[in-house]
Design a protein around this ligand. Structure first.
Ligand code: 3PG
Length: 209
């Protein structure tokens, strides 16, 4: 399972980060992402609707759905029970990482420094979320961090858009980029699925250029 998820993320190279207030929006959102050519999403535990939204999306066999903003072991368990196939955290929490390892679910903790990358390595991980990517120095910072950590891959997230994702994906150490821009809050609020599909398709096209 670890393998499948990593391959899906590596193949798509894009990870929409979703903040969803109403689980009823999960199904049309999945449709909109699939229509845009991107059958994956990270549903963040920033809202009470997260677990139900994961459940609704996980029911779609073509969707690789994971949980984001996972801060506690209890959230890991709720995410996995709901059908999440991977877990993302903004930072490195040893207990969260350990629970994911015990459950054999891929986990991408946030890392912003060399020390945090070493914590991930010590925990047996090979991929970290680089967060917040733009504010930390963007692709140039990842390039510098990748020099000593040759085996580590990164999922930069934070300030990434279709306009700058090419700088990140040009780096061999970047597995995929994440961000909210394809599924921005106003689009979800207004149920603007056509615009979600349009932005998703634009990003997918940019990735394949
Ligand atoms: C995240 O949790 O990954 C960030 O909120 C995404 O940042 P963005 O909104 O700048 O894409």
């Amino acid at each position: 399972a670890v393998h499948d998820t990593e391959q899906t993320i590596a193949r798509n190279r894009l990870l929409p980060v979703v903040v969803i207030d109403d689980a009823a929006a999960a199904e049309p959102l999945a449709d909109a992402l699939i229509a845009g050519g991107l059958p994956c999403a990270e549903i963040t535990f920033r809202t009470a609707a997260a677990a139900d939204a994961i459940k609704a999306m996980a029911a779609r066999s073509e969707m690789a759905v994971g949980a984001g903003t996972v801060l506690t072991v209890e959230q890991v368990d709720r995410a996995v029970d709901a059908g999440a196939k991977f877990v993302v955290s903004p930072g490195f929490a040893p207990a969260v990482v350990q629970r994911c390892r015990d459950l054999n679910i891929p986990v991408y903790p946030g890392a912003a420094t060399a020390t945090e990358i070493q914590m991930a390595l010590d925990a047996g991980l090979g991929t970290v979320k680089f967060f917040p990517a733009e504010q930390l120095g963007g692709a140039a910072m990842i390039k510098a961090l990748a020099a000593p950590f040759r085996q580590v891959t990164f999922i930069p997230t934070g300030g990434v858009t279709t306009d700058n994702l090419g700088e990140y994906l040009a780096l061999p150490s970047v597995l995929a980029v994440g961000g909210t821009w394809m599924v921005a809050a106003d689009l979800l609020k207004n149920r603007d699925w056509a615009e979600v599909t349009r932005r998703t398709r634009a990003a997918v096209e940019r990735v394949s250029r």
